[in-house]
Design a protein around this ligand. Sequence first.
Ligand code: ATP
Ligand code: MG
Length: 610
Amino acid sequence: MASVQVVLRVRSSIDDESPLRICDDNQTVDLWNYRYDDTIRFKFDRCYNSDCDHQEIFQRSIQPLLNHVFDGHNVSIFTYGATGSGKTYTMIGNESDPGLIPMAVNEIFSYTSKQHKLHKNWKYNISMSYLEVYQEKIYDLIASGNKDLNLYQNKSGKIVVGDLAESAICSFEEFCKVFMKGNNGRRVAATKLNRQSSRSHSVLLLKVEKTDNSTLERFNSKVYLIDLAGSEDNRRTGNSGERLKESGTINSSLFVLGKVVEALNQQLARIPYRESKLTRLLQDSIGGSAHSCIITTVSASKSDYYSTYNTLQFASKSRNIINKPFAQIENIKPRHDLSETRKRRISTAEDDKNNKKKKSSEIVHIEHEIGTHDSSPGISSNKCGNDTEIKYQLAEFEKKMLSRQEQQTKALLQCLTNMFPESNSQLDGIRSKVEKELVHALPRVATATKNSGADSINVLNGKENSKFNKRPAGVTKNLSSIALKPIENKLDNLKVHRLHNVNKQALDVKPITCSKKLSDDNTLLDMLRKVDDRTARQIDDLLRILNQGDCKSLTLLNTIGKKKAKAIIDFRNINGEFSDIAGLQKIPCFTPNTVRKFVECNMFSSLDVM
Ligand SMILES: Nc1ncnc2c1ncn2[C@@H]1O[C@H](COP(=O)(O)OP(=O)(O)OP(=O)(O)O)[C@@H](O)[C@H]1O
Ligand SMILES: [Mg+2]
């Protein structure tokens, strides 16, 4: 949870005539109340008077927020205030005094290049998009053309601007070129209050992607840097014709923004984001998942009293908004549908008389699944002719299987623990024996592929190779019986019949009943595989309901009532789909305990393999 930071920047110097006073704590502002001859007090996270330059604002209020970007969080910074109060000046600045946008981008580039030097395994990709909302239409400021872009919510609940150009940028200099070109295209016009008045809201979106090649994780962050058009009192701006029309849409979108803030403060069930394009674009910034900072800009002059009062009112309400940031981390380990693989293995076992040609084509199919298949003529056929290549591919394959998601293995082990009491020492012995069997199968195969054919057979006969023992404990944890299937097929191709026979035995999935003796190793192997299959299927099913189910179908799940169902849907709407069930913990009403209970009640309770 993080409340929206709201800071105040006062444009003109505060003199005796000014109705505004900044208190010594630099957080409190008093505004003179003419009607009652007293003061109205407003509180901010920080107040900056006209002596403060961009550097100070950046260092105090923006830099700490940007640190979240590098952990995979979204960050949003936007200016709000009346026309002429200094929003564009604050965000863009000028050549002698660059504003917050250039400073933020420069900071991102210097941080990422430093980090890349320190951690060679970390790779950064940065891209930018730039758009403006003009008269409720969205225009791309990078791509040429004057097309009104489509704004919609995608399947995972994220707000997307269709066809918006995304430009990869490798340096600050490159950014400046693209940004300046975009800025020149932005709609600006003179009014009585501002010679360079923004007639549109502009949104600069930076995507920062950090890939950690050692942990195979990808951190995806977005930084929104937004310069809003200012509210306008048309009696003062003297607008007419097109300017008046523009002013009407600017004011009405800012009015909806006020409504959204109000609704969030009152914790209403419906937040009117959809009532304007601006609020839909800001959905992640206010009441969403970003760390946000609103820079409110006001003038200290007496003539701007009412617009200053309105801005302060908006700002103080915004301070109560709580966002729920979380890290957007993606696992980039290769993954494939294991239950499908298992099904194919069973059918292969049933049809034991299949010829080698058929098996060979299955190898190619599996390789496609895991992305190792190379269609180049020398490698693709794999018809026993090119042993070295097959061995190499086996080794590659093993590596990929080793890195399969730990979560499924954990679920399987948890499942086993649930099925059999921990005190059953006989079972513990069998379980560890089974694990050893499964865990050692792959290293043996991998080593077999590195050795000559004769060595391979020795290894597969069970003669331990010292290299196996050097495998770190953490690695072996990731193994499960599932990995045996492709290995079996490939070894069959290599005519290593012994392992084939072992696996053939393991593939005979028989109906399992409670009366089966636990001391029967083969039965336990079968049971393990069947449980693993079901676990994988149930995880998929459960995840599908969590990601796609409506309130009614969610409440059909054990431990989910209406309140939790609504919280799941709300979370989904803001943050998109859950990548795993553990993601439920990001919702405040789900503690690690409730998530564990949810999994137990919806998965393990319904297992009928015993
Ligand atoms: N803090 C400041 N110090 C010096 N000059 C400023 C400051 N703030 C604004 N200005 C100047 O005031 C003028 C108006 O500022 P700016 O265009 O940033 O207003 P705005 O809030 O973006 O208005 P609009 O909503 O009409 O776009 C500009 O010429 C700008 O250089
Ligand atoms: Mg402006």
